[in-house]
Ligand binder design. Sequence first.
Ligand code: HPA
Length: 237
Amino acid sequence: MSIHIGAPQGAIAPRVLLPGDPLRARFIADNYLENAVCYNEVRGMYGYTGTYKGVDVSVQGTGMGMPSHSIYVHELINFYGAKILIRVGSCGSIQQEVKLRDLVLGISASTNSSMVSRSFEGLNYAPTADWDLISKAGSVAAELGMKIKAGNILSSDTFYDENPESWKSWAKYGILAIEMEAAALYTLAARFGVKALCLLTVSDSLISREETTSEEREKTFTGMMEMALETAIGTEV
Ligand code: HPA
């Protein structure tokens, strides 16, 4: 047992999917995993382990934002031996060509958070996804005939920013979309020598202010899940 995860040693697979929403974790376990067993209910942050195509896979809710996300990622790696961590989440587009329902892969994650820079005494580290996972996700997408937008994303500490235009300076430098966790995930994965990737579906656009309906989110979610699971089981730990 770790402080925030009430599972015995060995209950969590080396391959872990990380949705922010714990109810999403339950949905993934119910709909995509076989023989899924719930190993965590502490704080309602559900975690499950089951199999996908015969390979053990866990799915753990992490909450929203980098502090919460980091707690689960830290414990998954250091107490339970997680080796491949794939965040599956949603994001807000800040580029015209990144449309609602598109699938975004975060090759790197810029951030407005001090969480990363404080580990480097103010210097600028570039949080980056693992190449094996990036390239596997690319080939899985090609096999499934799915288009992905891959590039730099922004991990923000705020959803409701004081300056509602602050995203524009990031957009100018080609950032594709905003979410709230990947920079911390990539930095922790690098610190502990494991593999991480962030896959996102575009739930809203900061440019057009459009949002997806829950039905649309469901459909895109299915594509992202297939990609995340195939990438996870197709990559060596
Ligand atoms: N900002 C931050 N995180 C998000 C957004 C957003 O607009 N949309 C989905 N996750």
